[in-house]
Design a protein. Sequence first.
Length: 153
Amino acid sequence: MAEFPISPWHGVFAAMVPALLIGPVEEIGWHGVARPLLQLRYTPLTSASIVGVFWGLWHLPAFALAGTEQNAWSFGPFFLGALALSVLITPLGNASGGSILLPALFHFQANGPAWPEGQPWENYVFGIAAVLVVLLNRKRCCAAPGTQRSPRC
């Protein structure tokens, strides 16, 4: 079993501060502005996928910078995870009437410093969860924009 990466254990609280700020601030743009605007024209699933692709590419420079966590990761699984997280976050934002509180909290927990060694397996888990969410909610996720079902993927 791997040793807990933050020592002493209460140091995790200080490490949570950047995660509490960075992820939720990203959500203002991605799922507070971009996805709702895309959903005016596209289905929730298509909108989430478009945001997920750009969200994944947005992080690409961090993979080339020495000293970042992403520098030690493979981009493919991370990209899959960004796409999956966008699909998972979309129903949260839609079900909350467009509020970014739930998407921001979900993003925060995904960035949690207590499990930085979760790469790449966590992204596969997010991918499986996203597929299940779409399969279980396919009528809502794939409904045309402007229909009764589309706002709640």
